[in-house]
Design a protein around this ligand. Structure first.
Ligand code: NAP
Length: 259
């Protein structure tokens, strides 16, 4: 299917690996030129070069921490007038509700709520002026089904979700859509790190840990960054202009809910 976005320009945050990279590659496959960001310059440039080689689109890179004001300023200066924004950043660490103090909360809120809001505030006026734009926020299935040890993530991402619910209706009349993608378990460095932790704490093999986790997912496997990216590209496409303020759960059926 032609996504109808060939030649458009996208900013993809936190995109050197994992789900952000999956989104960047799927957009590039649809002919979109990219500005990619991550903190580590080496992995970022390697991923960007692979995209240039594979898809022939232009890719600029900005190595910066997107959760800082200076990082966002550098990224936005390079990105300029974008048509598509994919918001992403690392997730907060796990823990117990009894442990988190104000500084933990401020860090989580900054990374997973205020940073994407600041980036939307920066690019939405240009999109509205042009009469076309797409914002896709990578959040988490924990917005729909809380994961207790990820309370910082549950709360910060729920705050972003509330912001999107209202704001998406305000910008839709100008041809701009904002939607959220809610990943369940995907085979990325982050989940591999969590699985390694389970290996250490249980003494089980990595194969056992992964098999047990996969067995809890109705499709019987982890998701891939590639298929996640394709969902992102569809939301960014001309075909998704009627999808506004939605929260798409991509979890292989793991969240047991009717709607
Ligand atoms: P990942 O494989 O660890 O990749 C994270 C990417 O983000 C890397 O490119 C990393 O590069 C970049 N990054 C991290 N913090 C950054 C920052 N402050 N500024 C700029 N770039 C940053 O993670 P992932 O699995 O793709 O997860 C992406 C998001 O989805 C996270 O918020 C995660 O919590 C959420 N999520 C993932 C899953 C899953 O199954 N994978 C499930 C639910 C939610 P650098 O380290 O070089 O900056």
């Amino acid at each position: 299917m032609d996504m109808g976005i060939r030649g458009k320009r996208a900013l993809v945050c936190a995109a050197s690996k994992g789900l952000g990279l999956g989104c960047a590659r799927a957009l590039a496959g649809a002919g979109v030129n990219l500005v990619m960001n991550a903190r580590g310059a080496e992995a970022l440039e390697a991923s960007a070069q692979a995209i240039r080689d594979d898809f022939g689109v232009t890719v600029a890179t900005v190595a910066a921490d997107i959760t800082t004001e200076a990082g966002r300023a550098a990224v936005l200066a390079e990105a300029g007038d974008v048509d598509i924004l994919v918001n992403n950043a690392g997730g907060p660490p796990p823990g117990m509700w009894t442990d988190w103090d104000e500084s933990d909360w401020l860090k989580a809120l900054n990374g997973n709520m205020l940073t994407p809001i600041a980036l939307m505030k920066a690019v939405l006026p240009g999109m509205m002026e042009k009469g076309w734009g797409r914002v896709i926020n990578i959040t988490s299935v924990s917005v729909k089904a809380p994961i207790a040890i990820l309370g910082l993530s549950n709360a910060a991402r729920a705050g972003l979700t509330g912001y999107v619910a209202g704001t998406s209706r305000q910008v839709a009349p100008k041809g701009v859509t904002i939607n959220n993608l809610l990943p369940g378990t995907h085979d990325t460095d982050r989940i591999r790190g969590v699985d390694s932790g389970t290996v250490k704490s249980t003494g089980k093999s990595i194969e056992e840990v992964r098999a047990e986790r996969a067995a809890a997912i109705p499709v019987g496997r982890y998701g891939t960054a590639e298929e996640f990216g394709k969902a992102c590209a569809f939301l960014a496409s001309v075909h998704a202009g009627f999808v506004v303020g939605q929260n798409w759960v991509l979890d292989g059926g793991q969240t047991n809910a009717t709607i």
